[in-house]
Design a protein around this ligand. Structure first.
Ligand SMILES: [Fe+2]
Length: 267
């Protein structure tokens, strides 16, 4: 967001401190939990890295659409500018995610097929996607921005900073091409100044004007963090299968020796 479009960051009312306390354990679970730790210490195999990059992609692909749903509810210029700019940025970030996958040996078309519904997404990625979709379409603008830009985008910056060095340490692993396109997504998010979630919080504060709305905002932020954590953890346990099953091959619906269908589930 352009700094000139920001009037100023206002001081926080007391309920915002309560919200930070309320979401802190869930935020910490993501930043210091098993998923981030296993990347920052390079404990994941290249196959497991491919697993989460592939499985999370449908959520990344849909992210600008969630923001577009929230944009419909906006009643002021500050929030409108924030969301329009954010949609543009997140569209580019979805492309950078594909570059990250390609650097780890994933096929671009395979990631797109999963995102476009050729095969169902992972259960926990579907839960996350459905939730963020629902809160942006049916929730208040305050809930939508809290769940999406404050919680998900906010914690993404913290996670990226945590895993950045470990992620780039995969440069020596066979099958990985750690070029500037491969680490662009992680580097951009780890260098994210935290202005973006701060602007999101300004919008939340502007629209969450009753105690009931403020409570709903806290629950929305918490739910996003919980479901993101589940999606990330499960996605590293679901490895891309070496072979795609097709109906024409006569094996449709029949589990392969690698697992139940297209993806190998090792949960
Ligand atoms: Fe992003």
């Amino acid at each position: 967001m352009n700094a000139s479009s920001v009037h100023k960051i206002s001081s926080h009312p007391r309920w915002v401190a309560t919200m930070y306390e309320f979401v802190a354990p869930h935020w910490d679970n993501l930043v210091n939990g098993p998923w981030a730790e296993s990347i920052s210490s390079t404990r994941l195999s290249v196959e497991q890295m491919q697993g989460w990059i592939l499985q999370i992609y449908p959520f990344i692909y849909d992210f600008p659409k969630f923001l577009a749903e929230a944009l419909i509810k906006v009643e002021d210029d500050f929030s409108r500018t924030f969301l329009i700019e954010n949609i543009r940025i997140e569209k580019a970030h979805a492309e950078h995610w594909l570059w990250m996958g390609e650097g780890f040996g994933l096929d671009r078309q395979r990631m797109l097929d999963l995102a476009e519904g050729g095969t169902p997404p992972l259960r926990d990625v579907q839960s996350l996607t459905d939730w963020v979709w629902r809160v942006n379409t049916k929730g208040s603008l305050a809930e939508a921005v809290a769940a999406t830009s404050f919680a998900i985008e906010g914690v993404t910056g913290a996670i990226a900073r945590k895993v950045c060095a470990g992620f780039e340490a995969y440069r020596d692993r066979p099958g990985v091409d750690m070029n500037p396109r491969t680490y662009k997504w992680i580097r951009e998010h780890s260098h994210y100044d935290d202005e973006h979630p701060k602007f999101a919080l300004e919008i939340v504060k502007h629209y969450a004007i009753t105690e009931r709305m403020q409570r709903q905002v806290m629950y929305a932020a918490k739910r996003s963090l919980e479901l993101l954590n589940l999606a990330l953890v499960t996605s590293t346990q679901t490895l891309p299968a070496p072979k795609v099953m097709t109906a024409s091959a006569g094996s449709f619906g029949q589990p392969s020796k690698h697992g139940l269908g297209r993806e190998t589930v090792r949960a």
